[in-house]
Design a protein around this ligand. Structure first.
Ligand SMILES: O=C(O)CCC(=O)C(=O)O
Length: 619
């Protein structure tokens, strides 16, 4: 089995965990609706390809069978076959369907070796695949295109959903590109992502696969393709001129192969005309993308989509610069009916009693503390690596230590390479007197990375969000920060609002004298500062000095209505806090006392829209 398939074959993982993990944390109760949405989109984009009742239908990458369940309803097939690379996933799909009382003799499953679909030539009327092939290395997908063509009946069609290259930038914000590629190179057992471009699909399908009736629609996040075995090369007459035919004809002419008079004319065009054609193509493609986005990327309610909500809305803003402020977009825990939602989730998401207690506290108080969540051995390893930053003699490339007091005065960031030039005793003194911190230490330290990716932390975050949470930022603090009161919503750019949380990991027992974190339970339920009316564009990071001052006063006044708490927790304990919870750093009564902590900011997938906000920025 190829390393990329490992993430789908975790035989010992319980069904409930697999269910949460492979659907990117999308709420389980929304999965049937999401499945119908995928099929409706295929039907809308490629109506001619929709199978007739009685067809033989194949689902590629059938996972836990939610889309098959929808296909059973929508297509009334004679046979509906789920193909998956993992036998354990097939077993779980069967168990899941049985659990949800979906028993239908038309449902079948087949195991796929990733190379040859175990079905005869010309035997399937409709092949579809959604939210699956992005995890598969391209060579397998290209080969699969050939296999699909082989098994399709002469009148059959396939329709496929993939991730668009347009999504790479957004994706790299949550998983840095180097990390994505690194995990693939190392064959790590995680979800790999591959992206496709419009021209690429046309060329691969037309030239490589020699498919027919090809159509490709590039949305802003997804890219959708459909093809058949027989018929003309392209389904839409505008496709060849836009992207493909001219290129093929040029190549054919260069190779001296048979060509049409039209192709000959094209090939003889001067280079400048080719360039013009290319600009025209780009413009037509852009228009088509806008059309496709308008028709296919409809506003997706937060509860329905795990991955695209923030991006879709953000892209739709391009013309207006106005961000929707619809309270219905807020997470379930910020809705007035959160108690009902929690009761509903209890059964549907199989939450245990402790989860329900935790979620209730989250909704009411805006925080939860989980004692001993991170093992002390891991914390000790983390602290040792931090100490090593100060003691080692060779520099760590790219690492900087921040808020350092050197002999010549305060420096915001000191490259590690500069620090190691100083003699060890000098460094020890600097370490003691500075209130130093290290940003994004998970990129440099194995122990920090293990905490950053801690399964217990991500499970709790995803349980709270009811969708996949991703750690995005990390900060190691050596001492109390004495930070002013603030709410993280107002310093990050999150859309839909409040799909984030702070995670505070104690790296030693925290004392009152060291200047602990202070926080105000219940303040999470207060409205956003009224002047941030175009949030996430308008917040503390983009406000002018006067507005920043007004926000700071607002939050200090607001805190007065709540009781102040100090976070006096033990090494390995973890606090999760709501992004509207007012918090800050208490005064450090003992100026030399350390207060070692590691703080993560976890954001629901697709909701970190910092890259779409316009500056100037205050930091
Ligand atoms: O640890 C602290 O004192 C403050 C941490 C904090 O507010 C944050 O990182 O958002």
């Amino acid at each position: 089995m190829h390393a990329a398939f490992k993430a789908w074959d975790r035989a010992s993982e319980p069904l409930e965990t697999t269910e949460l993990r492979i659907h990117d944390g999308a709420p389980l109760e929304g999965l049937p609706k999401r499945a119908h949405w995928y099929l409706n989109t295929l039907r809308h984009l490629f109506p001619w390809s929709t199978p007739k009742p009685g067809a033989v239908v194949l689902d590629i990458g059938s996972g836990l069978g939610y889309v098959m369940e929808a296909a059973l309803e929508q297509y009334e097939p004679r046979r509906l076959i789920g193909l998956d690379v993992a036998s354990s996933m097939i077993e779980k799909a069967k168990a899941r369907l049985q659990r949800d009382s979906v028993t239908d003799p038309r449902l079948e499953f087949l195991i796929y070796d990733g190379i040859t679909i175990p079905l005869p030539d010309d035997s399937v009327d409709y092949v579809y695949s959604v939210a699956a092939l992005q995890h598969v290395p391209k060579v397998y997908v290209y080969n699969l295109f050939l296999e699909i063509k082989r098994i399709l009946s002469p009148t059959g069609f396939c329709a496929i959903h993939l991730l668009s290259c347009n999504n790479i930038r957004e994706h790299s914000r949550s998983v840095p590109f180097a990390q994505e590629i690194g995990s693939q190179l190392r064959g790590e057992d995680t979800h790999w992502h591959h992206f496709y471009a419009f021209d690429e699909l046309l060329c691969v399908l037309a030239d490589g696969v020699e498919a027919k009736q090809i159509d490709v629609v590039d949305g802003e996040v997804s890219i959708w393709a459909s093809y058949a075995k027989t018929g003309p090369a392209f389904h839409r007459p505008d496709l060849p001129m836009e992207a493909h035919l001219a290129r093929i004809q040029k190549r054919q002419i260069a190779a001296g192969s048979a060509r049409s008079p039209q192709a000959g004319r094209l090939a003889r065009l001067p280079f400048a005309t080719w360039q013009r054609l290319s600009v025209g193509r780009v413009m037509r493609a852009a228009k088509r993308m806008v059309r496709a986005a308008a028709s296919t990327v409809r506003p997706v309610p937060a509860a329905e989509s795990g991955a695209t909500t923030g991006t879709s809305h953000a892209a739709r803003l391009a013309g207006s610069d106005l961000w929707p402020q619809d309270p219905a977009l807020l997470p379930w825990y910020d809705q007035d009916n959160w108690a009902d939602a929690l009761a509903g989730m209890r059964g549907k998401r199989k939450l245990d009693d402790s989860d329900v207690v935790m979620l209730r506290k989250w909704c009411e108080d805006g925080y939860v503390v989980v004692p001993g969540l991170v093992g002390t051995e891991l914390i000790d390893a983390f602290v040792r690596e931090i100490d090593d930053v100060w003691e080692r003699s060779n520099p760590i490339a790219g690492l900087a230590v921040s808020d350092v007091i050197l002999d010549e005065g305060y420096r915001v960031h000191v490259p590690h390479g500069d620090l190691v030039q100083l003699d060890p005793e000098h460094r020890r003194r600097i370490k003691e007197v500075s209130n130093w911190r290290i940003g994004e230490y998970h990129l440099y330290s194995q122990a920090a990375r293990r905490i950053f990716d801690h399964p217990g932390i991500s499970r709790i975050a995803s349980t709270i969000f009811a969708r996949r949470g991703e750690p995005r930022y990390s900060l190691m603090f050596s001492k109390g920060t004495e930070q002013g009161l603030h709410q993280d919503t107002c310093v990050f750019h999150i859309f839909p609002r409040n799909f984030m949380m702070g995670v505070w990991i104690a790296c030693e027992d925290i004392t009152h004298e060291s200047g602990p974190l202070e926080y105000y339970p219940g303040s999470n339920r207060t409205p956003l500062f009224a002047e941030f009316s175009n949030y996430p564009q308008t917040n503390r990071r983009t406000s002018d000095p006067e507005q920043s001052k007004r926000y700071d006063e607002h939050v200090v006044n607001l805190a007065k209505s709540f009781q102040k708490h100090e976070l006096l927790i033990k090494k390995g304990d973890v606090m999760f806090w709501h992004p509207m919870l007012i918090h800050g750093g208490c005064p450090r009564l003992d100026r030399l006392a350390t207060r070692k902590s590691y703080v993560l900011h976890v954001i629901a997938e697709g909701c970190d829209v910092g890259g779409r906000v316009k500056g100037p920025f205050n930091w």
